[in-house]
Ligand binder design. Structure first.
Ligand code: 1CP
Length: 369
């Protein structure tokens, strides 16, 4: 499949894109994971009578919900309103997003036959998403980026194998370790779906993409490298020629930052547990070791993160202090040459009970730092 570059609009002075490529942004860019959705009353209003996964296939709703936080908070990017399980749903996998719980798969994958039977997704099945992206691009201004995304194969596999959200991911790990061959077969089934989902968004014109490997932090580095990294690397390579920033994110990945950076993104998302300057040193050391003789500049990536989402409940004084700390840690990493730029974000998604007023205030503080 060719990526159609003709649909891509020309952004002008978009702070997120400038930060991702190591240019000087006009202000410190910020967006928040899960900025669209449950924290906003206007979201709860439009979603009142419509199931989550139904809303993801309605271009009008997709555009409205994606734009809500951009209008309200003046963030520098919109994140497409969708979910990591959307390509599975589009392909016909029997699953639903259960309110208060998350994705639930009717028939969890357990044996070779189940994995064989996993359908592939065709770009046509994602047409409503592409249509929604077209509507969003018509509403954003030329310095606001639209970020597309997909779930990484490990995180998607966890939902497919466990059958729903999991505390320990034990069935998923059991499959890896008891039947590595079958695990790799599953990864080889999921990876093309992720690539199709991302390419559909890229063809429709998104300005950047993020790969969410939310649950990768449950793995040892050894297992991550053996069972996951090859597939995430394949995904980043498959979308490299789109020429847009590629972001890689997971939670609890302090020990995996270097390995995840080796998958090939321009930007590494970091959760709140590791200070950004320490994260940058780890990333750079791993990339330098993995690519001996590489231009030292190429081993410094941009950083995304990493305010603890709970700080949005801690009052304005604590909020300002923590934002300043995060910014100064990022600036130190850049000054030392260990990072090329900083995109402000939370260390994970906005919590549902967050006061939207505090999110708006956070954006103002970040833009003045
Ligand atoms: O009824 C509702 O409102 C459902 C809540 C909800 C929403 C708003 C879910 C169910 N998904 C979403 C949208 C969503 N999901 C977005 C777009 C909105 C935005 O970011 O602003 C994105 C990027 C996702 C991605 C996603 N879904 C991830 C990766 C990000 C992360 O938070 O780590 C994951 C792990 C999912 C699975 C999922 N979908 C929904 C829930 C509650 C969950 C997590 C469940 C669990 O803990 O396993």
């Amino acid at each position: 499949m060719m990526v159609d570059m003709n649909n891509r609009r020309a952004l002008k002075d978009a702070p997120i894109i400038d930060a991702a490529y190591g240019r000087s942004p006009s202000r410190r860019p910020v967006w928040f994971m899960r900025q669209a959705g449950r924290s906003l009353p206007e979201y709860r209003q439009v979603r009142k009578d419509i199931a989550m996964l139904d809303s993801c296939f309605r271009p009008d709703l997709l555009a409205e919900i994606t734009m809500q936080p951009v209008r309200r908070h003046d963030v520098d990017a919109a994140i497409l309103f969708s979910d990591i399980v959307v390509p599975l749903k589009a392909a016909g996998v029997d699953l639903d997003i259960v309110p208060g719980r998350g994705p639930v798969v009717e028939n969890p994958l357990r044996c070779s036959n189940d994995i064989e039977a996993l359908p592939d997704v065709a770009e046509e099945q994602l047409a409503p998403i592409a249509e929604g992206i077209g509507l969003i691009l018509g509403e954003l201004n030329e310095s606001q980026a639209l970020i597309g995304f997909a779930g990484a194969p490990f995180t998607l596999a966890s939902y497919l194998v466990e059958g729903g959200p999991s505390r320990n991911h034990e069935q998923t790990k059991a499959l890896m370790h008891s039947n590595p061959e079958l695990w790799h077969k599953l990864m080889q089934k999921i990876t093309p779906m992720v690539i199709t989902f991302l390419k559909a968004q890229i063809s429709a014109g998104v300005d950047a993409v993020q790969l969410f490997d939310s649950w990768a932090g449950f793995l040892t580095q050894r297992d991550y490298r053996r069972f996951v990294l090859p597939y995430s690397t394949e995904i980043f390579a498959a979308v490299a020629d789109a020429g847009i920033p590629r972001i890689h994110f997971g939670v609890g990945t302090g020990e995996l930052l270097g390995a995840m950076a080796e998958a090939g993104p321009e930007v590494m998302g970091v959760d709140w547990r590791v200070p950004l300057d320490a994260a940058a040193s780890r990333i750079r050391a791993s990339l330098a070791e993995a690519t001996p003789g590489a231009d030292p500049e190429s081993t410094a990536l941009a950083l995304q993160g990493n305010l603890d989402p709970a700080i949005l409940f801690s009052g304005e004084k604590a909020l300002e202090a923590e934002i300043k700390r995060v910014c100064s840690e990022a600036d130190r990493a850049i000054a030392r040459g260990n990072a090329r730029g900083h995109i402000f974000n939370l260390g994970h998604g906005v919590l549902p009970q967050t006061d939207p007023g505090m999110i708006t205030r956070a954006v103002e503080i970040i833009h003045s730092n």
